[in-house]
Design a protein around this ligand. Structure first.
Ligand code: MN
Length: 300
């Protein structure tokens, strides 16, 4: 795939009444590099009764990555980390073989806006120790009217401190004025561009609000054009050449692994850490009703 492809986000409910736009996975686009999941949260005005409240739930085989643009979310996990994430900050949780967490919006008014992603752990790191990182300081690159924040990876000689396990990049791109310029790309990476505020043109093609643009490998640059105050998230990575099963909150390589992870969670097993601290409420896993299918990378 070399030309730009545009995918529509799917509306989904994260907690009762709280809608998000799901950009990944898509039927025709399972992942971008190791980025296997992407929710665009908001922008939404919170009010009493409308907020984000995700009770205790488990993860295996991935890292959860939260980038906060507006508002605050409190993260609490079964390793004992309790961390409020604020605008301009990143939370990164590594599940390894098992972790659980809760996520709750802070306050009952004001704007909430964020992106939440999962990164598949490669096979040799899938059982790495569970961990949690919080980052407040990220490299900023300002020029040509853009204010960019390097969230993950290496770009224009800068390096993000966020620890990931495959070659990846994530950049928050904010147009301070009306902008049109060329952005350097790594030709061995595939890329996704998500408009977060406003819309933009990629290589002359409109990428509307509520969509995700995909650009395959083989490009050393792209043209970005955006009106003042537009914001986009650019993600990319080396295609992860593994067959993965993404089911509920788990990423694994066989149905047996998923079934075991599900059974352990339903038994509230110590595999998932100290669950008692996360409160009484927890999310049950759905039943597995069919043979689970794995998917490879998008290179065909
Ligand atoms: Mn989660």
């Amino acid at each position: 795939m070399s030309a730009l492809e545009i995918f529509s986000l799917h509306q989904s409910e994260l907690s009762p009444g709280f809608q998000i736009g799901r950009a990944l996975p898509q039927r025709q686009l399972r992942r971008i590099g190791a980025w296997a999941f992407l929710d665009h949260i908001g922008p939404v005005e919170l009010r009493p009764g409308l907020g984000m409240k995700v009770h205790s739930h488990p993860h295996i085989g991935l890292q959860t990555f939260t980038w906060m643009v507006a508002g605050e979310i409190e993260h609490h996990d079964s390793l004992g980390y309790r961390q409020t994430i604020r605008p301009g900050e990143i939370n990164l949780m590594t599940s390894g073989d098992g972790i659980a967490h809760t996520e709750t919006s802070v306050g009952t008014s004001g704007r909430m806006h964020a992106a939440q992603l999962w990164l598949a752990l490669p096979a040799h790191k899938k059982d790495t120790a569970a961990a949690f990182e919080h980052h407040q300081q990220l490299p900023q690159i300002v020029g040509n009217g853009w204010q960019t924040t390097l969230l993950v990876g290496e770009w224009l000689g800068q390096q993000s401190p966020v620890a990931v396990h495959t070659p990846l990049i994530a950049v928050d791109v904010l147009a301070q004025v009306d902008c049109h310029s060329s952005f350097k790309l790594n030709p061995v990476f595939e890329y996704g561009i998500l408009p977060m505020e406003g819309e933009l043109h990629v290589n002359g093609e409109l990428v509307p609000t509520g969509s995700l643009a995909y650009l395959g490998t083989g490009h050393s640059s792209m043209q970005l054009q955006a009106a003042a105050h537009s914001r986009a998230l650019v993600i990319g990575g080396e295609p992860l050449e593994e067959e993965l099963i993404v089911w509920w909150n788990f990423i694994a390589r066989s149905q047996a692994e998923i079934e075991q992870a599900r059974a352990d969670w339903e038994a509230q097993s110590a595999r998932y850490g100290e669950l008692g601290q996360l409160g009484e409420a927890w999310l049950h896993a759905p039943e597995i009703t069919a043979t689970l299918k794995s998917s490879g990378s998008n290179q065909r």
